[in-house]
Design a protein around this ligand. Structure first.
Ligand SMILES: C[S@@+](CC[C@H](N)C(=O)[O-])C[C@H]1O[C@@H](n2cnc3c(N)ncnc32)[C@H](O)[C@@H]1O
Length: 197
């Protein structure tokens, strides 16, 4: 059973009516690397409960669209937002753009996906890496040339090796541990800018 650490960012998110404290990770990434812009069409993999969607839909504005996919049932709290579509879908099952109800490739892919953890480090690291590999697998079909990627990674030697092999797919590739990430956490984010296709 999980529990919520009621730290500074948890309280701030509650006060500012965000659905999760993760909002501050994407906000910091976006302020530093400018991954999102007005009018963008964005896919958010593992969006639930939806604080990244709340942030993204404000930045992209009414001309933009953010599509969320998660294995959890859709969060009805997001359904009133005009520039948002959410689906109950496993990233391993997504086949094409049509099933996401879009007709062109995305400008940005963001993924905060995290597997169900077992507590066995090597198993959890492998599950996390499977999710990362799936995002990179989808990139040629889903991300337009010049598009950006933000992806959460649980650190491991295998993940580092895999990311090294992917880095040339983007013109620039950055690693960031946002301030709001708990200091004990092994997670960091990879930001790929300008997908070469
Ligand atoms: C840390 S949460 C995301 C929080 C979200 N960024 C927010 O700001 O509210 C990670 C999510 O990844 C989802 N997830 C894990 N495996 C997935 C998969 N195979 N396909 C889609 N979503 C997945 C989980 O269900 C969970 O909701």
């Amino acid at each position: 059973m999980g529990f919520k650490v009621q730290d500074h960012y948890f309280k701030k998110a509650k006060k500012e009516k965000y659905l999760a404290r993760s909002i501050y990770k994407l906000e910091e990434i976006d302020e530093k690397y400018k991954v999102l812009k007005k009018g963008d069409q964005v896919i958010d993999l593992g969006y639930f409960p939806g604080s990244w969607i709340q942030y993204t839909q404000k930045v992209i504005g009414e001309e933009g669209l953010v599509v969320g996919c998660d294995i959890k049932p859709v969060n009805k709290k997001l359904m009133h937002l005009k520039n948002v579509k959410v689906f109950e879908k496993d990233v391993f099952d997504i086949q094409n753009l049509e099933e996401l109800e879009v007709s062109k490739k995305f400008d940005v892919i963001v993924s905060d996906m995290a597997p169900n953890t077992t507590g066995i480090r090597s198993v959890d690291q492998d599950r996390s890496l499977n999710l990362i590999e799936m995002v990179f697998y989808h990139a040629p079909q889903f991300l337009r040339p010049g598009g950006n990627l933000v992806i959460k990674v649980f650190d491991s030697n295998k993940a580092q090796q895999y990311l090294k092999e992917q880095k040339n797919l983007f013109e620039s590739f950055h690693f960031l541990k946002p301030k709001s990430t708990r200091s004990v956490s092994k997670e960091f984010f990879v930001i790929g800018k300008n997908f070469k296709a």
